[in-house]
Design a protein around this ligand. Structure first.
Ligand code: PRP
Length: 206
């Protein structure tokens, strides 16, 4: 039996593959996977899904381990074991608006994919706002007049800059993380532990 690992497609996946290479964990079949959504190596079985689905697969024990952005964990609070952070995928959740934004004299409208994080953030501030749920390209909302500001992930800051927006307030910093199914961690410890040890190995950068 091999560990089953759910990987978040896209940016996290690319950085995770580089991370595996540094640790001499076989990643060639993953790099060469083409459009395949599942790949087996000598060490593990991997499959690729959207971040929020990674947490669902791990929660249900279909995957033993998952690699996912901490933003997804913060937003959806899945019932998984939050194993350890990875040294990549650094980004922050922030409030952003148009440069020199003139705020209207009414309740603010905030657009976000992360409605739970947004709700908690404004609750903690004691400010009542209207939250508008979007599924992507959230930066459009202030430009098109749907919202006064957005709550979104900022990684390089390029998307904000190229759309004339700026960060007004930081909410929280995140990285990618390894999560585990609660019962896999107990029942399949002997299979998972060697892989987890490899993942946590320090590598010399010199
Ligand atoms: C994320 C996020 C921002 C962008 C930030 O979007 O929602 O739009 O990345 O990255 P940057 O600071 O490096 O420009 P993603 O690419 O995941 O797509 P989405 O807009 O469809 O959510």
């Amino acid at each position: 039996m091999k560990p089953v690992i759910a990987l978040t497609k896209g940016r996290v996946e690319k950085q995770f593959l580089a991370y595996l290479e540094e640790r001499a964990i076989d990643s060639t079949p993953l790099v060469e996977k083409g459009r395949k959504l599942s790949v087996e190596t000598d060490q593990a079985i991997y499959f690729f899904a959207k971040g929020v689905d990674v947490t669902t697969y791990v929660e249900h024990g279909i995957a033993d381990l998952g690699v996912v952005g901490e933003d997804i964990i913060a937003e959806f609070q899945p019932d998984v074991f939050n194993l350890f952070p990875l040294p990549f995928g650094a980004c922050k959740m922030a409030v952003a608006a148009e440069k020199e934004k003139v705020w209207p004299d009414r309740k603010k409208r905030i657009a976000s994919k992360y409605t739970n994080i947004t709700k908690q953030f404004y609750l903690d501030k004691g400010e009542s706002v209207d939250i508008i749920k979007l599924e992507g390209s959230v930066e459009l909302a202030p430009l098109l007049g749907l919202a006064d500001a957005i709550v979104d992930i900022v990684e390089t800051g390029t998307t904000l800059k190229e759309n004339g927006l700026e960060v007004i307030e930081d909410i929280q910093h995140f990285t990618a993380r390894v999560i585990a199914n609660r019962s896999s961690l107990k029942m399949k410890r002997d299979i998972l532990q060697p892989y987890i040890t490899l993942l946590q190995e320090e590598v010399s950068t010199s």
